[in-house]
Design a protein around this ligand. Structure first.
Ligand code: GRG
Length: 293
């Protein structure tokens, strides 16, 4: 039967939203919980957890079984957005269609909300059940590497270093592989590990994740110049404001569009070996690379 992707995406998103809402009812000892909840429950697209579950589906498992692990990724992602918006980083006032965390709670609490979410993510991932302990440790270890100085944090540091100067296409690629791409790799490889992928499957899925991450970032750069604040949920033109090199500033809008399309096509070819079980993953990749927000 043909996949109803809209239904698939909405139901998986609902599962993630419900899990996060419920998990945040377990309160800590202070009002940092309110700041954590404010951003976590602000309605992001939930791409990383859905990507993890769709990858597990592509391997014949039921992605729903890994919802707990998947939601840990959304916590890491949300922490990164809170910190990225701080005055010492991108200094943004809006995110996910509402005021940024520090605008509501102040800088100090926003910093702690990010720290709290990053730490809670690892607590939650360790709560994943029905997986061999060694597999879970491998998933958590890889996720930590993708989130840290070899991945997202490293990429963000390169991004800061690059502000205000023109960088080469190679530098731009390295920066984004860390800042944006690494968490998509964590999601896809995470779903693959948890669902028991073979080496051959893992290799194909890793290449898929690399390419989807690249296409997603090119699209992000395109949206920053072509979208609207209403559609994006955050101000447009922030790359130019922060004097950042982007795929659009380096290659022009038309060429960037072509690169995003070609990269998406190449990513989809990596899924050929998985047959129709990978249909949700295919549709998700297309959604990520041709999104409006
Ligand atoms: C502060 C350590 C640290 C890292 C920040 C994620 C990030 C790294 C910066 C965000 C800036 C940015 C716009 C990056 C480009 C790609 C990206 C991660 C976009 C936001 O992700 P979506 O579209 O957002 O999945 P939602 O809100 O839907 O979850």
């Amino acid at each position: 039967m043909a996949l109803d992707f809209e239904k698939y995406y909405e139901s998986r998103k609902q599962l993630v939203d419900n899990f996060l809402e419920k998990r945040m009812q377990k309160r800590g000892i202070s009002n940092v919980d309110d700041a954590m909840k404010y951003s976590l429950l602000a309605g992001g697209k939930r791409l990383r957890p859905i990507l993890l579950m769709a990858t597990a589906d592509a391997l014949g498992a039921n992605g729903y079984d890994f919802l707990t692990a998947a939601c840990g990724l959304e916590m890491i992602h949300t922490y990164s957005l809170i910190h990225d918006d701080l005055p010492c980083m991108d200094n943004d006032d809006y995110r996910r269609g509402r005021l940024t965390n520090h605008k509501v709670f102040g800088e100090a609490l926003a910093l702690l909300a990010g720290d709290g979410l990053l730490t809670l993510a690892f607590e939650v991932m360790a709560e994943q059940r029905n997986v061999k302990p060694s597999t879970l440790v491998e998933f958590i270890h890889e996720t930590a590497m993708c989130a840290g100085n070899f991945g997202m944090v490293g990429g963000q540091a390169l991004d800061l270093e690059a502000e205000g100067r023109a960088i080469s296409a190679k530098e731009l690629k390295t920066l984004h592989e860390g800042k944006t791409g690494a968490m998509f790799i964590a999601a896809v490889r995470g779903g693959a590990h948890l669902a028991g992928a073979t080496e051959e499957q893992l290799l194909a899925l890793t290449r898929f994740a690399e390419l989807v991450g690249l296409a997603f970032q090119i699209e992000d750069d395109i949206l920053d110049v072509t979208s609207t604040q209403e559609e994006l949920g955050k101000p447009i033109g922030s790359d130019a404001k922060n004097e950042k090199s982007t795929y659009v500033s380096l290659f022009g809008l038309e060429e960037a569009r072509k690169m995003a399309d070609e990269t998406t096509e190449e990513a989809l070819r990596c899924l050929d070996m998985f047959g129709e079980k990978a249909d949700a993953l295919r549709e998700l990749a297309k959604l990520m690379c041709h999104r409006r927000s």
